[in-house]
Design a protein around this ligand. Sequence first.
Ligand code: URA
Length: 455
Amino acid sequence: MINAEALIRRKRDGGKLSEAEIAALVAGYTAGATPDYQLSAWLMAVYFRGLDAEETRALTRAMLHSGRVLKLPPGLPVADKHSTGGVGDKTSLVIAPLAACCDVRVPMISGRGLGHTGGTLDKLESIPGMRVRLSLGEFEAVLERLGCAMIGQTEEIAPADRRLYALRDVTATVESLPLITASILSKKLAEGLDALMLDVKLGDGAFLQAPEQAQTLAATMIRIGEEMGVKVEALLTDMEQPLGRAVGNALEVEECLETLEGGGPAELRELSLELTARMVALARSANAGAAAGAEARTAARAECERALASGAARERFIAMVEAQGAQPGCLEKPRRLPPARLQAEIAAPRAGYVRAARARALGTAAMLLGAGRRQVDDAIDPAAGLRLRAQPGDWVEAGASLCTLYYNQADRLPPARALAASAFELGDEAPAPRPLVWKRMAAAEFAAGGNGVPL
Ligand code: URA
């Protein structure tokens, strides 16, 4: 029997926990023996005091082994992508079927919305009938047949992360580098991967906003992931403004379908292609025991572009969601995604250039409209959210719409409207453009003494 109070106290006072103590804490919580209030206190102590590299590795391992680790039959490479979380960050829905079209298996285990950011599972569940809680057998069967499947943490796979993730969401303990590292790596390593592509967000809407923090997070995840036997690479990408135009679950699924149909916002298409091409090249190199070179990445990118243009990726996505219970034909046009009954516009108070559309305020506004949770057991409104009508760099006339809000409950509008309006900054000069991808980071560069390469 562990003494949770003593472990909380030691972390609170800046002390170090052993691997066995961390394992016992995680096991106790997962089994229901240690209550939420003690874990919440420990998480807050970690938030302030941090974990060192050994403790972070121990936490990752304990969370990984809280459930089973998938062991897929040998054959095609196995890979996944994971993002540290953002607003309108929906690339997973494009990447999984796209990589499967390139003969890379993608057993994607994702999370729910956290704070102001959306979650892949909540987006998928806005598709009528779609099930993200599959048994391991069902998951493996979809994967075997279609090369990709998308589920949440189960009682069998990474159950500790499922519970801790939900607890962090409502105890203001998300923005912690070691907790994010252990959360992401534990559920991703449980997939039995050859390669993991990380999308580490930086900027206003990212959990860790400063470039140095994002870089440290990427470096930590690469080091721990590679030590645990998986090839890991990261792109540091911009989250100052939402990715694409849609924020909110059904709205984002619609935007992903547009992207899979060859359209969609340019940034969403570009980031999805870049992450998939790198992930495919990394997975193939891991499988072949070689380094992923520029030529392999260029070839993978061309394959991805062909899979989008031919409609193969779109078909694969639809086959996957239907295999997971989605109503047949519900994603054909006219699509049967849930619509919102009510809409409101945020109008530009003056003419000018849009200088900012801050992701955090917009993500929080979408959450307040019903797209996310304020408390752990809040129900999501799949139709709620917003759509940007103007983005940084655009010129708008006074009174033009900056953004449309979608909602079903009238009392949710006032706070969301105020927050969404505060997200926009208008001025006389266009803002300097921000790169979509800031940097690429890989283990080989650390070995050579570098710290990632600017793109
Ligand atoms: N994504 C995760 O899976 N976990 C975190 O803690 C943050 C983002």
